[in-house]
Write a protein that binds this ligand. Structure first.
Ligand SMILES: O=C(O)CCC(=O)C(=O)O
Ligand SMILES: [Fe+2]
Length: 505
C-alpha cells in the first residue's frame, strides 16, 4: 500500500516552485560522475576523466555530497573497473525536463527515469496500481543506486547509513516550506502556546454518570477543536504496547536485505510489506522514511504471508494489539456519535462495523537525517481514515497545523495519539476535524511510529454528511463519495488555491 496513500500532500503544490535545492547545493566537478555515451549513460569514478563530462560544472552535487559519493564509489568500485555502464540497464532512461514542464521544477534539466517497479512512485499506489506516470530521479540518486548496485530506489535507511552529509535533492522540500522546518527537539521543549490535548479515558464507561459525561465531553471537545489528542488510560496494557514496539523495532533492526524479502510491489498491486515513500508528483519529491504496511484486522482479511516472521512474537503481539485497538475504536466512535446527537452505534455502522472497517498498520521508520531542516519524514497531509491511532518510540516528530501554526506533539508516556480522519470529518459534516499534520526528522535519533488507520471499505459505502447533522444553516460541506473516490479526489486534485490547508472537500 503505499501507504503513501495516507500521506499524499493535501496541499496543492505551488505551480512555480523555486529550485529548493539550489541554495544548499554548491557545485563541484570532481570525482564520480554519470556520463552519457551515445544513447547510454555510464558512471565513472575515474577522477580527472570524470571531471565534468557535461561541461556544466557537475552542479548536481554539493561538495559534501560529492565527497561522500566519491567515498562510496571508492568503496564499491575497484580501480580496475572504474566505470559502470548504464547501457546494460535498458530499464533506466535519461529524460529531459523541459522548461515548459512546470511540474518538474524541482529537478535539473537532465534526470533519469526508472521503470514502475522501481518507482515506488505514486501513482501507481495501492489505490491506483496501474497508474502510468513515470518518475524521474536526479543524477545524484541514480549515482547512489548504481554504486550500491541496487536495482531499486535506495531505502532511506541505506542513504542515512551511507554517511552522506547532504541529502539528495529529491528529499529537499520546496523553498516556501523550508522556512517552517525547525529543530524538533527545540520545538518539543516549548511550553507556551496551544498544546495537543490529553484525554483521560479512565471514565469513558464509568458507572458514575457525571464522571462518564465529563470524560466524553472532553473527548468530543478535543475532536471538534483539534481533531487529534493524546489518549491516556486507554485500556490497552502498557506491556503489550511495549512488546508491539519491540517487535516492530526488531523487524527494522534486521539487515536491509532481510527486510527486502518483504518488499511490496505496488506496480503489481501488492501494496502490503516493506516500502519507501513514493514520489506523488512529477517533481519527484521524496520523504525521509521507510515503512512496513499491512492489514491487521479483521483477521479473515489478513494476508499472513506478508507478516514479518522475525521477530517470532511479531504476529502474536500485533494481533492482540489489533483486537484491543478495534474495541477502543468502537468506544471512541460511540462517544463521537453521542457527541453529534446520534445513537451510539451510528458512526461505527457508517464506517463498516466489525466486518468491514479495516485496520491497516503502517510502521513508519524515520532514519537519522544529516540535514533535518531540509526534509520531512511525512509531508503535510490529513489522514483519510475514520480514526488513526499512533504509537511512537518517544522521539518527537509529529507536528499538527493548528490555528495557522505548526505545533509539535509532546511525547506523553503511555499514551496513544488519536487522529480524527477525513471519513469522520465528512460524516460529521466538518464538526469533527481531520487535522493537517506532518513528521519532522532529526540528526540524532531514529524515530519509529506505529500508525493504525481504521478505514471504511473502498466501494461499499458512500461517505457523505449524515442527514441528522445537516441543516439549512449547515448545508453539506462534502459531496457524496465512496472512500475510493475520496482517495482519488485527494490524490489527483489539481487545485492551486493556497498553500494551507486543503482538507477533505
Ligand atoms: O509518524 C507520525 O507520528 C505520523 C505518521 C503519519 O502521519 C502517517 O503515517 O499518516
Ligand atoms: Fe497521518
Amino acid at each position: 500500500m503505499e501507504n503513501d496513500a495516507y500521506n499524499w500532500i493535501d496541499i496543492p503544490q505551488p505551480s512555480e516552485q523555486p529550485d529548493a535545492g539550489e541554495e544548499h547545493q554548491s557545485s563541484s566537478g570532481e570525482g564520480a560522475e554519470l556520463i552519457t555515451t551515445g544513447e547510454g549513460i555510464e558512471m565513472s569514478n575515474a577522477g580527472e576523466e570524470m571531471e565534468d563530462s557535461t561541461g556544466k560544472g557537475g552542479n548536481e552535487f554539493s561538495d559534501n555530497e560529492f565527497n561522500n559519493k566519491e567515498a562510496v564509489v571508492q568503496n564499491e568500485i575497484t580501480p580496475s573497473s572504474p566505470q559502470i555502464h548504464v547501457q546494460d540497464r535498458p530499464d533506466i532512461h535519461e529524460v529531459r525536463n523541459t522548461e515548459n514542464s512546470s511540474a518538474c521544477t524541482l529537478l535539473p534539466t537532465s534526470c533519469y527515469s526508472l521503470p514502475p517497479r522501481q518507482n515506488r512512485g505514486k501513482p501507481p499506489n495501492r489505490y491506483s496500481p496501474n497508474g502510468k506516470i513515470s518518475y524521474a530521479i536526479t543524477k545524484v540518486l541514480l549515482l547512489y543506486i548504481m554504486v550500491t548496485s541496487s536495482f531499486f530506489l535506495p531505502r532511506v535507511e541505506s542513504l542515512s547509513s551511507s554517511g552522506i552529509q547532504s541529502i539528495p535533492r529529491e528529499y529537499i522540500r520546496p523553498q516556501e516550506e523550508l522556512t517552517s522546518i525547525t529543530n524538533v527537539f527545540e520545538e518539543e521543549k516549548k511550553v507556551e502556546g496551544p498544546q495537543v490535548p490529553t484525554i483521560d479515558l479512565e471514565g469513558i464507561e464509568s458507572e458514575d454518570k457525571v464522571v462518564r459525561e465529563k470524560c466524553r465531553e472532553e473527548l468530543v471537545k478535543a475532536a471538534k477543536e483539534w481533531g487529534v489528542m493524546h489518549l491516556v488510560n486507554h485500556g490497552i496494557p502498557d506491556d503489550l504496547i511495549d512488546r508491539v514496539k519491540k517487535a516492530g523495532k526488531a523487524f527494522f533492526d534486521l539487515p536491509i536485505e532481510e527486510k527486502e524479502k518483504y518488499a511490496n510491489d505496488q506496480a503489481s498491486g501488492n501494496v502490503q510489506g516493506y516500502g519507501s515513500k513514493l514520489a506523488n508528483n512529477a517533481s519527484g519529491q521524496l520523504e525521509w522514511e521507510d515503512y512496513f504496511f499491512h492489514l491487521i484486522f479483521p483477521e479473515d482479511k489478513r494476508d499472513n504471508s506478508v507478516w514479518p516472521k522475525t521477530p517470532c512474537d511479531y504476529t502474536e503481539v500485533t494481533s492482540e494489539y489489533s483486537r484491543l485497538l478495534r474495541s477502543l475504536a468502537t468506544k471512541v466512535l460511540s462517544v463521537l456519535s453521542l457527541g453529534l446527537g446520534l445513537e451510539e452505534g451510528r458512526l461505527e455502522k457508517e464506517v463498516g462495523g466489525l466486518e468491514e472497517l479495516l485496520l491497516q498498520m503502517k510502521i513508519n521508520y524515520y532514519p537519522k537525517c544529516p540535514q533535518p531542516e531540509l526534509a520531512l519524514g511525512v509531508e503535510a497531509h490529513t489522514d483519510i481514515s475514520a480514526l488513526t491511532f499512533i504509537l511512537h518510540n518517544m522521539v518527537p516528530g509529529l507536528q499538527l497545523f493548528h490555528e495557522g501554526k505548526w505545533i509539535t506533539a509532546k511525547c506523553v508516556p503511555n499514551s496513544i495519539i488519536m487522529h480524527i480522519g477525513d471519513t469522520v470529518e465528512i460524516l460529521s459534516n466538518g464538526k469533527y476535524k481531520s487535522i493537517l499534520h506532518r513528521g519532522l526528522v532529526n540528526k540524532e535519533k531514529v524515530r519509529i511510529s506505529w500508525a493504525v488507520f481504521c478505514e471504511p471499505p473502498k466501494e461499499k459505502i458512500i461517505l457523505k454528511p449524515l442527514t441528522e447533522v445537516v441543516t439549512e444553516a449547515e448545508p453539506p460541506l462534502f459531496p457524496p463519495r465512496t472512500f475510493a473516490q475520496h482517495i482519488e479526489h485527494k490524490l489527483f486534485r489539481k487545485t492551486q488555491h493556497s498553500l494551507l490547508p486543503g482538507k477533505a472537500g
